[in-house]
Ligand binder design. Structure first.
Ligand code: UTP
Length: 293
């Protein structure tokens, strides 16, 4: 069997209100960081972690995501006739050979936990990964989910990506409590969704990468709406704690919260600096742009 995580779920059925009006028609996940949509970066990360089945949880406004990963026959035919081989390769590489896409509809935006539950029949009994594409994580060596797949193969149970967050913003995250288990792992003893700073058990916030056992689906099905009236993934993970080990993993790499404007712009600049086509010119023009602002 192929190593790594074979199935990865992308819950992308949220409304993306913080990016209006851009997201009125265009799904947030199709907004590009330089020339690759957020969802493309996420898919590349899943494939690097071993995925061969990509499960997108969408809604009626997110159908363009399926178009992005479909074969664009007319485009490819034109590029073949024009002998634009490099561009043809770029257009075809959106989905590597042997990787399958499955689309599941979340009919009502009842929360992240509910969105993950919608993937149940496709995921079945296997452990699986979850990527929230608007949490963009860049690491030059090993993408975050691949790091987590490796750790998960050693410790089992559930592994959630964590990073220290500004204590005043704990109410934006699931926050964990636990003990250092070495090798960037924290053995989780408690997890709470969006606590006020004074109630937060630590400053370690869960960010958009998870490796979960299929048992989480039973627990999600039994989860009542929590913070914000939504079915929270965090609450199901809290229930899992009684049965299986849950580890927080301090991944290596830089995270950009592309669900908000600042994070999105920072990610764009960071990736443009990684691209030889733009890095040198940007190094010159950026101080000028900033200086004249
Ligand atoms: P967010 O909290 O970022 O919400 O969801 P959002 O709708 O994407 O954006 P804003 O806050 O309105 O601007 C976190 C992740 O969970 C998914 C979202 O698509 C995003 O990937 N999600 C959330 C669902 O798939 N379904 C839901 O019911 C809620």
């Amino acid at each position: 069997m192929k190593p790594g995580l074979r199935k990865v779920v992308f819950p992308v059925a949220g409304l993306g209100t913080r990016f209006l009006p851009a997201t009125k028609v265009v799904p947030k996940e199709l907004l590009p960081i330089v020339d690759r949509p957020l969802i493309q970066w996420a898919v590349d990360e899943a494939v690097a972690a071993g995925a061969d089945t990509l499960v997108f949880v969408i809604n009626r406004n997110k159908r363009a995501i399926a178009d992005h990963f479909d074969v664009a026959y007319e485009l490819e035919d034109t590029l073949v006739r024009r002998e634009k081989h490099d561009l043809l390769r770029v257009a075809r590489e959106v989905l590597p050979e042997g990787v399958e896409t499955v689309y599941v509809v979340q009919q009502q935006a009842l929360g992240l936990g509910h969105a993950v539950l919608c993937a149940r029949s496709v995921v079945g009994d296997a452990d699986f990964g979850v990527i929230l594409p608007d949490d963009f994580i860049f690491d030059r060596q090993t993408p975050a989910l691949a790091q987590m797949a490796k750790v998960h193969a050693q410790v089992g149970g559930a592994v959630v990506a964590v990073e220290p967050v500004d204590p005043q913003w704990t109410s934006r995250y699931g926050i964990i409590d636990g003990e250092d288990a070495g090798d960037e792992l924290i053995r989780v003893s408690a997890i709470v969704e969006k606590p006020a700073p004074e109630d937060a058990p630590s400053n370690l916030g869960v960010v958009g990468r998870y490796v979960l056992p299929a048992r989480i689906f039973d627990l999600l099905a039994a989860t009542e709406p929590g913070a914000g009236g939504e079915i929270q993934l965090t609450d199901a993970i809290a229930a899992l704690l009684a049965e299986q080990p849950v580890h927080g993993y301090r991944f290596s790499g830089k995270r950009f919260d592309c669900g908000n404007k600042l994070g999105f712009v920072e990610a764009t600049v960071a990736m443009a600096m990684e691209d030889p086509a733009t890095a040198d010119a940007l190094r010159e023009s950026l101080p000028e742009i900033i200086g004249s602002a």
